[in-house]
Design a protein around this ligand. Sequence first.
Ligand code: TRP
Ligand code: ZN
Length: 862
Amino acid sequence: MAQQTMNRTATSRHDYQPPAFLITQVALTFELDPKATRVTSVMQVQRQSEATCLKLDGQQLRLISVAVNEQQLSAEAYQLDEHSLTLTDLPLCFELRIVTEISPQTNTALEGLYLADDTYCTQCEAQGFRRISYFLDRPDVLAEYQVTIKADARRYPYLLSNGNKVSEHLDQQGRRVVQWHDPFPKPCYLFALVAGDFDVLMGNFITRSGRDVSLQLFVEKGQGHKGQFALDALKRAMAWDEQRFNLEYDLDIYMVVAVDFFNMGAMENKGLNVFNSKYVLADPATATDRDYFNIESIIGHEYFHNWTGNRVTCRDWFQLSLKEGLTVFRDQEFSADMSSATLCRIDAVKLIRTAQFAEDASPMSHPIRPEQVLEMNNFYTVTVYDKGAEVIRMLQTLLGRERFADGLALYLNRHDGQAVTCDDFVRAMQDASGVDLSQFSLWYSQSGSPELTVRQHYDSAAARLTLTVKQHTPPTADQTDKQALLMPIRIEFLLPDATKQQHVLQLTQASQQFVFDNISAEPVVVWLEHFSAPVKLHANSSDDSLLQIAAMASDGVARWDAMQQFWSGKVAQVIAGHSAETVLPTQLFDMMKQWLHQPGADLALTAELLMLPDFDSLAEQYQQIPVDGIWQALQQFEHLLATTLQTALRHCYDQLAGQAYQYSEYAVASRRLRALCLRYLARVDSDAGLTVRSHYQQADNMTDTIAALSAAQQTDAVLFSELISDFTARWQQDVLATDKAFALVASNPSEQVFSGIDAMLQHPQFSWKNPNRIRALFSAFSLRNPKQFHRVDGKGYQLLQQTVARVDVINPQVAARLVTPLLSWRRYDSTRQQLMQQALRQLAGSATLSNDLYEKVSRSLD
Ligand code: TRP
Ligand code: ZN
């Protein structure tokens, strides 16, 4: 198992060559067996060029036979190595028949075909199909698939694959035989097969042209009642894409399968999405409001891929953002329409400011269209996905919604059934809108987080306001020279007479002035409204201006952002040696009191306005991260706010006292604000313990339960250990709820975290083979527990290093994601730098280091 197949040569974007052969049709037959599944692949192949040599990708396959036009080949007629099967002297057009054997049961990497929890399941993106059969495993080879699955009929009642079911029968050996046909040519990364026994939820959707689509959701036996929300979300997504982008579903059946063993969130296989069960299963007792939100958004994401990804796909993997950036943008727009648009945007902005800025500043920095890739799995990143979505959003801002929609329609029409590039996408946008996008294209090739410095000058005699904007992108690990980008900067003027004006600036130069005449008095300028470009802003605003923006701006995101800027200034002051008490203006407390007394129509926004920035957002403002300084400043401010605002907090908390659980925008917002009050109250109230305990006891839903547990976790170690034991015992049988217990134990800022994690490793639900369990415990520790992870005795780094090493032999893709926090060692003080480097060197020294981990660790230690 430790024997990973290694092939350590990076490929470059510019090396693309069109395929020398095409595979136009494939008939696959699977005879399912845990250790010896037989795969027969019959391909119709066409030669495209002079080349006579066909090199097929394959990994961890046992080759049984090869035949060309029904002529068996002898072993001398082909070449076989660890990664490929090469055939020579081939005709122009032929049938290629290859039989291989694979072992799903021992496949712990969860790529290709694997067997877990007695369910057979495939994951082929990006390069998993080569672990199923020899093939041209690249996204620009599109074939029509016919799939036959044979398996024990009683054990595996459901045998699923892409497209439409053609036939089903039992054979003489008691095996079920099911045949599928997908009429849409597709790349092999969209192939899927699932075999198992499930609870099934059925629904249907009538498309706008009147086709009746059967919707089927498959979940673990006994979990059926937790599937309804996902099924309803799917219907909302289908209706939304028709309304917003005029896009209709194209097959008669749409299936979604939920599995507990899965490397990522979900996968958009044509007609047969496979989901991580945590993004499908929900009921109020076990799922939080955030879980509900994520389910709707990911169901939408995978559904939207049917057009942006499947009907029009990527020419090569460097173009990944073509489908992912665009589809994330689409799912964000969908979520904004289904729930609080402001909150959705705030969440997206937080992600860019934490994980994405951190990635840009790390050794793994890359443009949204990477230039160099060793292991493709390593490039499913926040940069490709979320910065990619920001780039699409900027296009929509620059072109306007209508012209953007025209551009998307032209792109899909022009390229339906093709595998294309990011340049093709930009060209369609340009052709449809008539706007020159040549400078804009730089966003695809330039990495790094641009920094904007903005200044305002008001000339009262001339009633003229002059704004100066400078842009600068610092060098990144992958690229030193940076150019000026084209970006939209949305601004608002708040004038002393309480009037407002909104504008969109188009920044194109390194330094540029924008002049506004007839401005009657000097306004407060709201910069980068709605985070109109993914940049770091230096505005040098006064406390007064920021608080005024927080109170008055039209855009909720801008109001929240002003508070974030305010607090990061204050944190910096405390780190510089000022005391927390002296840096806060009384005006701040007055505003916060008022928000608590009159939380207004948007309770969710109010909660965001009252919240301190999180550790990671603050960290990204520093070259060298002052771990202890940020931590202490946050503790002091939280304590200070809690004591000063105690009465108002208590009032607000009591006012919002719970109603029966409902997942609605208002109820979600109300729980969020109430949880925030609880978190502050837990710090001071003389009977804080009582409040937290009763919140826990009275909770009729997971959101409130977790709110109580996190409040205790931050403030009262004894209470936390009492409540978490109760929680863990209560949910022992439920894996997804147990994951929440793992995450809470691992993000405990007290020293108990180490014994807590040790105890959880003994939990009956824990398994080193299950990525959800690993992430719940160790990502929570490394990403949400800065205090213990960054201990100066190195204990946190050692724990992560040992975990990564252990997971790498089981599942390299998961190990490589887990290692991320260690890569940025250059961002810390010299003590921590040494400890982190040491941990990385220990990993680098492993004889069995996977390509996934090698690529990251070596880039970091370079
Ligand atoms: N394409 C998937 C998405 O919707 C991402 C994905 C799912 C994936 N599973 C994967 C990528 C495994 C790589 C490997 O975003
Ligand atoms: Zn996707």
